[in-house]
Design a protein around this ligand. Structure first.
Ligand code: HEC
Length: 130
């Protein structure tokens, strides 16, 4: 009985470790997102337009980040690069947050976005990038 409780504990903590997202980090990510990203990406990261693949005045609108577009196809490293550098250099319109957000806030943003994705997408992401 005690042994199975111990094994369960190890199993559960092991799971938490492999997904480094903690409740604190997700909360910080949500606060950071609400302050810096919702104006373009929408309150729940759902995007503001349905057809985000169609440019408006030559620029692409901000895509959803909630797992319904393709942010989840990108490695954490690439997502961080987008957050840091934005898309202006590549002909887009997203500003870079390199100097305005801390490393913790940026990591928390990734954790928050991940937390919005459906379970099956989280699993596919984990198997690809962790
Ligand atoms: C001024 C509007 C605007 C703001 C503010 C903004 N974004 Fe964006 N974002 C965009 C646009 C537009 C794109 C598409 C690429 C481009 O045009 O630069 C994009 C692309 C992205 C992508 C790549 C998505 C993909 O599918 O590859 C990520 C990730 C992202 N934004 C995260 C964020 C985060 C996190 C914040 C807040 C810290 C943020 N954005 C703030 C407009 C914005």
């Amino acid at each position: 009985m005690k042994l199975s409780a111990l094994l369960m504990f190890i199993f559960l903590t092991g799971c938490f470790d492999s997904n480094a997202q903690t409740a604190d980090s997700v909360a910080l990510g949500k606060a950071t997102f609400d302050k810096n990203c919702v104006t373009c990406h929408g309150k729940s990261a759902q995007g503001l337009v349905t057809n985000w693949k169609t440019p408006i005045n030559g620029k692409y609108p901000a895509p959803p980040l909630n797992g319904s577009a393709h942010a989840w196809h990108h490695s954490p490293k690439l997502l961080l690069k987008t957050i840091n550098e934005g898309g202006v250099k590549l002909g887009g319109s997203m500003p870079g947050f390199k100097n305005t957000l801390s490393t913790d806030e940026k990591q928390a943003l990734l954790d928050y976005l991940y937390s919005l994705w459906p379970k099956n997408i989280q699993q596919r992401y984990d198997s690809r990038f962790e």
